[in-house]
Design a binder for this molecule. Structure first.
Ligand SMILES: Cc1cc2nc3c(=O)[nH]c(=O)nc-3n(C[C@H](O)[C@H](O)[C@H](O)COP(=O)(O)O)c2cc1C
Length: 205
């Protein structure tokens, strides 16, 4: 039996880098656009992001610390998720800059906010897929012992979906050719997805 490196996170990992993010990865990126109560636009990436339900569709992201995106969702009850593709990687990265709440990250990264159909928060014009979302739950995380943590899980029902026509091949969403990127671990690792990563496996009957 191969020996394992075992650690209890509360006591430290004993490695040069915390492997947690690299193991639970690569992760999809929640590129979240919001509008503040004062109207200022906000855009930021969250890789603690995923889909959690099918009907109704629910997505969520977790903010480590109560960041501007959470404050805006709390104030307005709305957000938009935007897909990050390879051509948008650099601009996505620029939108994670730690700037005061009155700075519009769309302008900072040279991106175009475009009006959504159902919610007041804008979507990113340059992104080929966006989900308009209404806040369903805002959950403050706790430790196993029940101690509140300064981490905030924002869950939202998807109430509007935009898909660029070129990504619908005979009406089927073309994940393999959409150019999705995913966040790996460490300070800088990302992965991009293409047709070469696709394999098919059907469920047993
Ligand atoms: C790819 C990527 C993923 C990130 N994921 C998260 C995350 O899951 N949770 C988080 O709190 N911050 C995450 N960050 C950092 C936030 O984007 C950053 O703190 C940002 O300034 C928050 O913006 P806001 O205050 O406008 O919401 C990530 C950054 C990058 C580049």
């Amino acid at each position: 039996m191969e020996p394992t490196h075992f650690y209890e996170p509360a006591q430290g990992h004993g490695l040069p880098h915390d492997p947690f993010n690299a193991i639970v990865g690569p992760r999809p990126i929640g590129w979240i656009s919001t509008r503040g109560a004062d109207g200022v636009l906000n855009l930021a990436p969250y890789s603690f992001f995923n889909a959690f339900n099918y009907v109704p569709p629910i997505v969520g992201f977790c903010s480590i610390g109560h960041k501007d995106s959470v404050s805006n969702v709390e104030a307005t009850g709305e957000f938009v998720w935007n897909l990050v593709t390879r051509p948008l990687a650099e601009q996505m990265n620029q939108t994670c800059a730690q700037v005061p709440p009155d700075v519009d990250e769309f302008a900072l990264a040279g991106l175009t906010p475009v009006a959504s159909r159902v919610v007041a928060a804008p979507r990113v014009l340059e992104s080929p897929v966006s989900f308009e979302c209404r806040l369903s739950q805002l959950v403050r995380l706790t430790s196993a012992a029940g101690t509140p943590i300064d981490s905030w899980l924002v869950l939202g029902e998807v109430v509007g979906v935009h898909i660029a026509q070129h990504l619908l091949k005979d009406g089927v969403y073309d994940t393999a050719n959409a150019g999705h990127i995913l966040r790996g671990g460490g300070p800088a690792d990302y992965f991009s997805i293409g047709p070469e990563q696709l394999f098919r496996m059907y469920r047993p009957r």
